[in-house]
Design a protein around this ligand. Sequence first.
Ligand SMILES: Nc1ncnc2c1ncn2[C@@H]1O[C@H](COP(=O)(O)OP(=O)(O)O)[C@@H](O)[C@H]1O
Ligand SMILES: [Mg+2]
Length: 365
Amino acid sequence: MSERLLGSGVDMLATAVLLLDRCLVICDANLAAETLLGLSRRALVGTVFPTLFSEMQGLDEQLRFTMDAQRGFWDNDVRLVRVNREPLHVNCLGSPVDMPDAVLLLELRKIEQQVRIEREALQLTQSQANRELIRNLAHEIKNPLGGLRGSAQLLEHELDRPELREYTQVIIKEADRLQMLMERLLTPHRVPTFGDVNIHEVCERVRTLVLAEFPRGIGIRRDYDTSLPDLCGDREQLIQAVLNVTRNAVQALLGPEGVAWLEACGASGQITFRTRIAWGVTIARERHRLALDLQVIDNGPGIPTEMVDRIFYPLVSGREGGTGLGLTLAQTFIQHHHGMVECQSEPGRTVFRFLVPISERPGAR
Ligand SMILES: Nc1ncnc2c1ncn2[C@@H]1O[C@H](COP(=O)(O)OP(=O)(O)O)[C@@H](O)[C@H]1O
Ligand SMILES: [Mg+2]
């Protein structure tokens, strides 16, 4: 095997990195480059880079120019056509380097991956801004509520006609309801306590709770990868997150639309808990070697297209009587674990996917 020019840390990167010499021969490649190009490092090293493609939209000329001019370049959306394979759409970054053989460092980033990372980063920023807004709003509402409730109680004592109590009771009860809602909005800021958590115990707990709450009309299937190592996490928060998502699935299956949908399909309501190991995932711009991939899948009618982009926002609900907080809280709890929840939905198959890094010990975010 040829000598490694790239440091071993480069293998951790999600971006494909290649080193080229004067004749555009590959001198070294990282793990992501092997994956992207579908060739081992052994096969890549010694190959003239442009011969890998039948069409590369002038990238080869660009590379030669970069070498001659000793200036970096950035090229958006280059289409690399390979024989008998899907073409690759990548963003390219080329920089001159001064190494024993290599003169050019080429970074290739698959476009979908970039779009996904940007979307996640945006989602994270938005949800942080949301949380901030909610916290402030909840505090503002909570304070006068106490005064409102107290005054209604005083008023009630002064009332000489008992039938008027009906009105003060409405004020008191509604103030209590709002108070509870505000408490729920403020609780996710409790600092999580981390310990070793077995994700299958979490799933089993949720399964028991949900089946006790909804004894008829749904089945929960398990498809576990039992070789998954323990997570370092807050057990209660993980249970709550999975529970919120699973409850939604049940409500979608047992709601009027769900019932009509299942009847039309001739199917029964089915939820699946699926666990797998994910290698090399990027969450909020951070690369993790190992992550838990837990999917909660249901065969219900799906989430309406116009709603699907907003379901993680607070107070967004498509359900009669819903608070629209379930998914916001689930996302917050999973973010405490440096993970994320994402959703894909079509009629007949809705998947909520939890990605939680396993390898490192998370701190509170
Ligand atoms: N599995 C699912 N199938 C269909 N719709 C869903 C599913 N999960 C969530 N939703 C939609 O997302 C909305 C938001 O969920 P959530 O944040 O838990 O609030 P709530 O359950 O209080 O409405 C739900 O009201 C529902 O319309
Ligand atoms: Mg809910």
